[in-house]
Design a protein. Sequence first.
Length: 406
Amino acid sequence: MEKKKQKRANGEGSIWQRANKTWVGQVSYEDPITGQSSRKSVSGKTKQEVLKKMRDLENAKDVGRLADNGKLTLGEWIDRWLEVYKKPNIKYSTWHSYQQLADLHIKPALGKKSLDRLRANEIQALYNKMAESGRIMEKKGKQTLKEDQPKGLSSQTIRNCHNVLRGALNQAYKEALIRWNPITAVELPPLKHREIQPLTGEQVQYFLKAIEDHELYPIIFTDLGTGLRRGELLGLEWPVVDLEARTARITQSLILVGGELYLQDDVKTKASKATITLPGAVVTVLRRVKRQQAKNKLLLGEAYMDNNLVFCREDGTPYRPDVVYRQYKKLLETHGLPDTTFHALRHTFCTLLLESGEDLATVSKLARHSTFSITSDLYIHKTETMQERAASKLDSILTGQQLPQQ
C-alpha cells in the first residue's frame, strides 16, 4: 500500500513512497502550447534522490523548459505563430504573403521536423536549394519555366522566407519551446537589386500618343505624372481628389490577395500616406475621366456599380491589378517598347524629374520614399550626373568661364 502523499508548499509539487519502497515526486506546470495544467513525475530509490530530481524540474519550470515539445512540429508552430501573433497585428496582405511563403517554401521542406530538433544546417540547406532550383520546387518538378528564366528564386524571396522563419523561431525561443535558436547560425545570400529600366522622355511621349484611345491611358498618364504605385492608383477615390485645388490624398491601395480584390485601408509606408499635388495635365485627364463616368452612369442606370473609384471599368467595377499589368505589358510589346514592369513607370517619373534638374530631396518627397537614402540608392547613376553638373558650375564660378549650352 502506497504511503499518503506529503504536502509541500504551494507550487512545489508533491512526493510519496510506493509500496515497493521507491519514491515518486510530481511537479505541476502550465503547458505553453495548450495553456492547460499538466504534471511531470520523477522516481528514485531514496527520498533525497527524488527531491534532487524535483529541484531540477522546478529549475526547468522557472525558465519555461519543463514542457515536452518533442511532438510539436515546425509547421504546426508556424501556423500557430501566424494565426495568434501576426494576423491581429499586421496588414492582411502582409499576413497572407507570410502564409504563402510558409506554405510554398518552408513547410514542404521542414514542416514535419520537430520544432526543438530543427538544426541550422537544415535551414541552410533549404536556402541553398531555393537559390539553385527554387522555382522548379515551386512548380512541383514540372518544367514550366521559360528558357531565359532562372531556376533559382531571387535573393529577396529567400530573405522573405527567412524573415518568416526567423519571426516564428524567435517567438518559440521567447516561450522556451526551443533551447537554442538555429536561425542565428544561418548565412543569407547577398541581396541583389535588379535594376529597373525606366522609359526615356522620348519613349514616354511616343507611348502616350500611341495609347491615347486605350482604356488604360488615364491610368498610365496619371502614373507618369504622379509616381503613384499601382495599388494606390487603382484604390484612388473621388472624395479624396480635389481637382480645383489640384490635390489628392493617398490613403489606401487596391490589391490582390489570394486571387480576390482587397481594398487595404493603408499604404506601403507612413511617408506614402500623404497629400500630393497633381500636375495640370493630369487634372485635365481626370476631368475627362469624370465626365465619361457620369455618362456611363446615365447610360447604365442601376447596372452601374458606383464605387467612387477614379479608375474603373465602364460599369464602375474595379480594375484587377493583375489584369492592368498584363494589358500594360501587351501595350509595350505592341508598340515596340522595352519590356519593363508597371512599377517602372514610377521610376520613370523620378528619373524624368532628376533629368530635368529637380533636386534629389524634392524627388524623394514627391515619390514619398520613407527615407532620403532610398531615393539616393535607387538613383545613384542620376546623382553622379548631378554631381558632375554641380562640379562644372563650380568650375565656371572659379574660373569665370561660362558653361557651354546643354
